[in-house]
Design a protein around this ligand. Sequence first.
Ligand code: NAD
Ligand code: TYD
Length: 337
Amino acid sequence: MKSILVTGGAGFIGSNFIRMVLSEHDNTFVVNLDKLTYAGNLKNLKGFLDNPNHKFIKGDICDTKLVGKILDEYKIEAIINFAAETHVDRSILAPKAFIETNIKGTLVLLEAARDSNLLKFVQISTDEVYGSLGPEGKFTEGTPLSPNSPYSASKAAADHLVKAFGHTWGLKYNITRCSNNYGPYQFPEKMVPLMINNALNNKELPVYGDGLYVRDWLYVYDHCTAVWKVLTKAPPGGVYNIGGCNEKKNLDVIELILNRLEKPKSLIRHVADRPGHDRRYAVDASKIIKQLNWQPSIGFEEGINKTIDWYLQNQKWLVDIVSGNYQKYYDSIYSNR
Ligand code: NAD
Ligand code: TYD
């Protein structure tokens, strides 16, 4: 692909994806369209903002005119849609923005893609569209969608739209459904960076409910290599689960972080649970492993250590975020909990 449009490229995974593309895949020009919501941050583009193969455009994926203009002007061959409202707790506080960006924004991109005969549309979805698992079993690509939060419901709606555009107009698409990511540049509302930030500041670590909820964790770089494989190698029309085969209870992840930072377990505080909290996610990623020869390259302890090191070395990045509107958000979620 010579010219690709990455949406949401100033967020956590999008910025890691563009960094990987520019350093590992010469001859790819990346247009990065991002609205710079609270989660978008130009500091996430460190090291590639001025790269001649990268063009940052501040804008909204809901802006039909702008999206059409970008596809024409840059002769875009593929769209990789990372742009989204992404935090479950915020979707419980205020779901509307999730409908706007995750559903209507995806529709705008799909219509533009259909009208410009794009070579590939990759929708970055999530394992959360499948709902919640009991103690056994894993999500496969055939598991029926059964989302439980406003966030996952909006992502599932977008997945259905993408599939419908493929079925109705022959749009060449793939959908990826990845498990929980962690790594550099993740906004400290999500569990891993929130716990790192609180531990660094000797603040209590708010564990929802009994803390025995299970997620499958994948280092962000491995998600990025999987998306690249899907973009460049996957036959159109397929869904690909992506996961680390690495299920962990929240409390186990948190204790690992505390140990590494040499902080006491007494910082852990069990707080009121998230309403509708999904108990367990686990992903069967055998399709992408077998069909596209993808493998995660970074084990969990190594990944957590790299992540903690990054936050230790980039405390200014963290301080700049938490000194802004973050405190207001934090209080709205955690005070009186
Ligand atoms: P993020 O919240 O860190 O970043 C989202 C980015 O999208 C931000 O830069 C934001 O400014 C931008 N954005 C939001 N609304 C926009 C709009 N209307 N127009 C243009 N840009 C807009 O999210 P993330 O964690 O990097 O997630 C990226 C994608 O990966 C999302 O689609 C998410 O559903 C999916 N995903 C995330 C995870 C995870 O663990 N974080 C796991 C699986 C899938
Ligand atoms: P999160 O990072 O929000 O991802 P998701 O809910 O999309 O999986 O949360 C990961 C897990 O950590 C989830 O079970 C909720 C839990 N959690 C806490 O216990 N405390 C917190 O402060 C946060 C943000 C999450």
